[in-house]
Design a binder for this molecule. Structure first.
Ligand SMILES: C[S@@+](CC[C@H](N)C(=O)[O-])C[C@H]1O[C@@H](n2cnc3c(N)ncnc32)[C@H](O)[C@@H]1O
Length: 317
């Protein structure tokens, strides 16, 4: 499902959008949110209008390019009527598919990696090399250095005595989480693969964190459900099979201690969650979880454009 964006210059974006919404009628359904954002639903698709500095942005989405062009034309036609003074100049971007919407430029990528601390040490660097050599294309599952630094920082800030990781692979994220735990802290690390986690064990030893990691081989959902139903988890990281994400979240959030954090990886699914044309099991499950967390009153949450998207949710009570 393609989308297309445009920017309209105006001194008073909020008033412009509000006027446009009140002027629309017929088979158009338009709603104005408290934040000035408007959603316009047309038979052929949707257009979102968002106030910005010096103007407002429009995001049109539709089932195919023909319908998209219909949405863009309909909205563009209505704009002059809502204008206060001169007619707006509107230039829509070419159609963009959801999976092309989230591409990190190699320049930004490199800049990010070289501007977080601490620098990847020898153990993590060696583990990344060994993972590429031994697992080939699967090595892309490993988290990046900056995401690892984020996990260490969040685990440390949470003060967790018990952390849980769903999806170990060759152990990079386990090292990063374990390094953020206080003395005596434990990491329950869940994975189904003995092959990949056998690589992990070696590097946990080298990193000096092996004695604080309990590896559980088996479906993570079974491991989580076997835990006592008590608020015992201070920090959790979810990074395994995507179709089980909603279940992992639920098992974890019910056991999260007040103030405890759950971090969810790959919440963008390479941009495919933005685009309803993608209806695979993984995209549907991650989309469902993203919506659940945003509405979940048990947590306060933020979704960050770190790599493939990371959500951080903190248990509030
Ligand atoms: C994306 S990788 C994890 C990457 C890891 N966090 C890292 O930083 O290297 C996903 C892992 O989830 C594991 N996995 C897949 N299905 C699982 C399940 N049902 N239960 C537990 N682990 C599972 C896979 O074996 C794989 O190692």
């Amino acid at each position: 499902m393609p989308h297309s964006t445009a920017y309209v210059e105006t001194d008073r974006p909020d008033r412009y959008i509000a006027r446009l919404v009140s002027q629309l009628g017929g088979d158009v359904e338009a709603r104005l949110g408290g934040d000035g954002r408007a959603v316009i639903d047309l038979p052929s698709g949707r257009c979102v209008l968002r106030p910005a500095a010096g103007g407002f942005e429009m995001i049109a989405t539709a089932a195919d390019e023909e319908a998209l062009s219909g949405v863009r034309d309909a909205v563009t036609r209505h704009l002059p009527k809502a204008a206060e003074r001169e007619e707006p100049v509107v230039e829509w971007s070419p159609p963009i598919a959801g999976d092309a919407a989230w591409d990190l430029s190699p320049v930004v990528d490199d800049y990010l990696l070289t501007h977080c601390s601490p620098a990847a040490d020898e153990v993590l660097r060696d583990l990344a090399v060994r993972t590429r050599e031994e697992t080939g294309g699967a090595a892309g599952m490993q988290i990046s250095h900056d995401e690892g630094a984020l996990l260490t920082m969040l685990a440390r800030m949470s003060g967790a005595r018990l952390a849980v990781e769903v999806g170990v692979f060759t152990g990079y994220s386990s090292i990063c989480i374990a390094r953020g735990l206080p003395p005596g802290g434990r990491l329950l690390a869940c994975d189904v693969s003995t092959e990949w986690t056998s690589i992990a064990r070696n590097y946990w030893e080298r990193a000096g964190v092996a004695d604080r990691i309990d590896l559980r081989i088996g479906p993570a959902l079974e491991t989580l459900r076997a835990l006592p139903a008590e608020p015992m988890i201070g920090f959790a990281f979810i990074d395994a099979d995507k179709q089980s994400y909603p279940d992992y979240y639920e098992e974890i959030v019910t056991r999260l201690s007040p103030g405890g954090l759950v971090v969810v990886d790959n919440v963008f699914q390479r941009g495919q969650v933005f685009d309803p044309a993608f209806q695979g099991d993984a995209q549907v499950a991650v989309r469902r979880l993203n919506d659940t967390i945003a509405r979940d009153e048990r947590v306060e949450s933020v979704m960050l454009p770190v790599r493939d998207g990371v959500t951080i949710a903190r248990r509030v009570g």
